[in-house]
Design a protein around this ligand. Structure first.
Ligand code: ZN
Ligand code: ZN
Length: 434
């Protein structure tokens, strides 16, 4: 396999196979663009009786494993298509993608059972070993990326995109246009750097997630424990009010984030055990805010579910700010939701809340996912521009300049808004100097 220009495949003890830059890339440069090597629709194909037969067998196994989140239809379509492939393509499919997992991982146990069940009851699959079938399923589960083409959704395997290593502070970002997947530099990349991407950022809330949340998601869905730079450093999004000096400056300092971790206050240098910190409250508020956010994400919530979710956001915002302090992500994530509601009655109060959110996002999100931060800044414009906090808003806009690119924002309308805000910000800055 020859890697695309500017990249080369290397093997690392911790990461496995990963793409490394052979030249420098500036922010916004296109690193890699490709269409899938193999794809299957996510809805069950009815082209032969085989798909339906497979789906029935797999659905029985899936009943025992309700938490895998792997659609039965995808597995059935995959196995049915596999039968018809040339032996060369089959070999490439099973052997050129990662399929590593530990034996006791839920995905290993699940795919092992599926492979045995289909091998036993489907005549067309009896010439393949159960090992091969399990590996095929793992390849798809671990590497596949979703896309939508002409209103139909697919999962695809991308030869090179799947070789990008994961980081919770990634060097590149994926943009999807139908089946074309393009990766752009999000940070400057030097020749010799591993080009990293993020496997789990799908929505903005995940950009705020703490290390335990990110690690759990990666372990469950991608079967590895993330040891990236960010996951092994103090978890800044969990910065909590110090029990001694009351400043929002205590962070979990144990990179392993275990129950025995210690918390260190950067203001008074005190050290605390987890038991001395309000971690139970943190856990409850976290569950509550994730539930409330899910309501807003489901398109059109009913007036009742909307009210309930808003009430939860209000409670989390108040409790988190009081107990966990102003720097914790739980004190900040509810702000744009509350500001949106507040804007109907008190635009100035909404603007003050939004600028707090934007300035937190500058510390909590900009260093890791600058393109998401830019979206936050721009969406605050309708509250903050022409308000008492206008200067702070334009100050935040100026810092977004390197990422105000179509390639990173992915939407022509967003780029137009970004450049209008930038122009205004720079005119104001120039005006002040003059
Ligand atoms: Zn990580
Ligand atoms: Zn302190």
């Amino acid at each position: 396999m020859t890697a695309p220009s500017g990249l080369q495949l290397e093997v690392f003890p911790d990461v496995g196979r990963a793409l490394v830059a052979t030249r420098d890339f500036a922010i916004g440069d296109l690193i890699l663009s490709e269409t899938p090597f193999f794809q299957v629709p996510t809805t069950l194909l009815q082209k032969s009786a085989l798909n339906k037969q497979l789906a029935d067998v797999i659905a029985k196994v899936a009943e025992e494993f309700p938490d895998t989140g792997v659609p039965v239809s995808v597995q059935a379509n995959l196995l049915a298509d596999y039968v018809a492939l040339s032996s060369r393509k089959r070999d490439e499919l099973v052997n050129s993608f990662a399929s590593d997992t530990t034996e006791d991982h839920i995905l290993a146990r699940f795919t092992s059972k599926v492979a045995s069940a289909v091998h036993e009851s489907i005549t067309e699959l009896q010439s393949f070993s159960t090992n091969e079938l399990q590996k095929l399923l793992l390849v798809m589960i671990i590497n596949a990326a979703e896309y939508v083409q002409r209103n139909e959704s697919f999962v695809g395997l991308y030869k090179w995109g799947s070789k990008l290593a994961h980081s919770c502070s990634p060097k590149s970002v994926l943009m999807i246009t139908e089946k074309q997947m393009s990766h752009y530099a999000l940070q400057p990349i030097k020749a010799g750097d591993i080009v990293t991407t993020n496997y789990i950022i799908r929505d903005d809330i995940r950009a705020c997630w703490t290390t335990p949340l990110r690690r759990r998601k990666l372990l469950d869905t991608k079967s590895f424990l993330c040891k990236c730079e960010r996951c092994t450093a103090p978890d800044l999004n969990r910065t909590t009010k110090c029990p001694k000096c009351s400043q929002p400056t205590a962070t979990p300092s144990d990179p392993n984030h275990t129950q025995t971790e210690t918390w260190t206050c950067s203001n008074c240098s005190s050290i605390f055990t987890t038991d001395e910190m309000p971690t139970r409250m943190e856990q409850q508020l976290q569950t509550s805010v994730i539930e409330a956010t899910a309501v807003f994400d489901t398109g059109l919530p009913t007036p009742q579910s909307f009210q309930k979710a808003m009430a939860k956001m209000d409670v989390v915002h108040k409790m988190a700010t009081t107990v966990l302090g102003s720097e914790h992500w739980l004190s900040n994530w509810p702000k744009p939701f509350i500001a949106n509601k507040l804007s109907r009655t008190d635009m100035e109060a909404a603007a003050r809340l939004m600028i707090e959110w934007v300035e937190w996002s500058e510390r909590g999100i900009l260093p890791f996912y600058p393109n998401i931060h830019v979206r936050h800044v721009l969406s605050s414009g309708k509250y903050c521009a022409k308000s008492m906090v206008e200067d702070r808003f334009y100050g935040a806009v100026v810092k977004c300049r390197p990422w105000c690119k179509a390639e990173l924002l992915g939407h022509p309308q967003m780029v137009a808004i970004a450049f209008a805000a930038l122009k205004e910000a720079e005119r104001k800055a120039f005006g002040e100097k003059a």
